[in-house]
Ligand binder design. Structure first.
Ligand code: HEC
Length: 247
């Protein structure tokens, strides 16, 4: 061992040979540098505090969760700005077109509506919201808004206008709007049958379907041709009307 002769350190301090010996092995007193010790204890305490704050204590929010929360807040703010004051078909359609916001809103539907309308809106105590039949109004967003806001006390549908914030109310109405026409098998249809395709196309179905509805009363051979033309005419005709509301 040539260590004995090389035991000086850069600072000029000479190592001391400690006076104990284990199985013939002796050791020098080599203290770790101060900066290293500080870093060690610093990271030790930081890790311990971090662990309790983020993993044990309920208060801490992880960076990933904070990011998700912030995005959600941003969407809320966006919704508030986009809506203006008065509730309107266009305002609700705007919310409905916002996919991530509709994802958030699933939680409201789950907490407030699912027990009566089932998980996909297919109906349980309350009617199926995904079929083409509506008891109140014609399945337009404003019709839904009215029912959800005021409720149907006699039938057990709560008046949500009193229990949800205005923004929650609009969002959940838009969410119901987004599941319209998905036709999930569930509760048998109730109420009046509505031309859902026309309602969803945006025009409310007033102008476009009437010529094609009148056509089959003509010759039988002309009917298939006019019916084939109608679906192409309807979306292109209603697109200009629907486009602004989707932005
Ligand atoms: C306690 C049970 C219950 C809960 C909770 C409930 N509903 Fe209803 N809902 C009903 C019933 C019952 C009706 C049928 C009313 C009628 O027959 O006139 C209904 C009707 C409706 C209608 C009208 C359907 C139509 O055919 O016109 C809409 C829209 C609706 N509910 C949306 C919602 C939304 C959105 C929520 C959650 C915020 C919700 N409901 C929560 C029981 C409930």
């Amino acid at each position: 061992m040539s260590r004995d002769s090389e035991n000086s350190v850069p600072g000029g301090v000479t190592d001391e040979l400690l006076d104990h010996e284990y199985d013939g092995i002796r050791e020098y007193d080599n203290p770790l540098p101060k900066w290293w010790v500080w870093m060690f204890w610093g990271s030790f305490w930081f890790a311990l505090l971090y662990f309790f704050h983020f993993h044990i204590g309920a208060k801490g929010t992880s960076v990933a969760q904070a990011y998700v929360d912030e995005l959600k807040e941003a969407r809320e703010a966006e919704a508030k700005m986009a809506m203006g004051d008065a509730v309107s078909e266009e305002g609700l359609a705007k919310l409905m077109a916002n996919k991530p916001m509709m994802e958030d809103t699933k939680a409201i539907f789950k907490a407030r509506c699912e027990q009566c309308h089932a998980d996909k809106g297919q109906g349980l105590i309350g009617p199926n919201l995904t079929d083409d039949h509506w008891i109140h109004g014609g399945g337009k967003l404003m019709d839904i808004y009215k029912t959800v806001d005021e409720g149907v006390a006699a039938k057990g549908m709560p008046a949500w206008g009193r229990q949800l914030t205005p923004i929650e109310l609009r969002k959940v109405v838009a969410y119901v709007g987004s599941i319209r026409g998905t036709n999930v098998p569930g509760k048998a249809p109730e109420g009046e049958k509505v031309d859902m395709a026309a309602v969803l196309a945006g025009g409310g179905g007033a102008a476009e379907p009437s010529p094609s509805a009148a056509a089959p009363t003509g010759s039988a051979s002309a009917a298939p041709a006019s019916e084939a033309a109608a679906p192409q005419a309807a979306p292109s005709g209603s697109a200009p009307g629907a486009a602004p509301s989707a932005q």
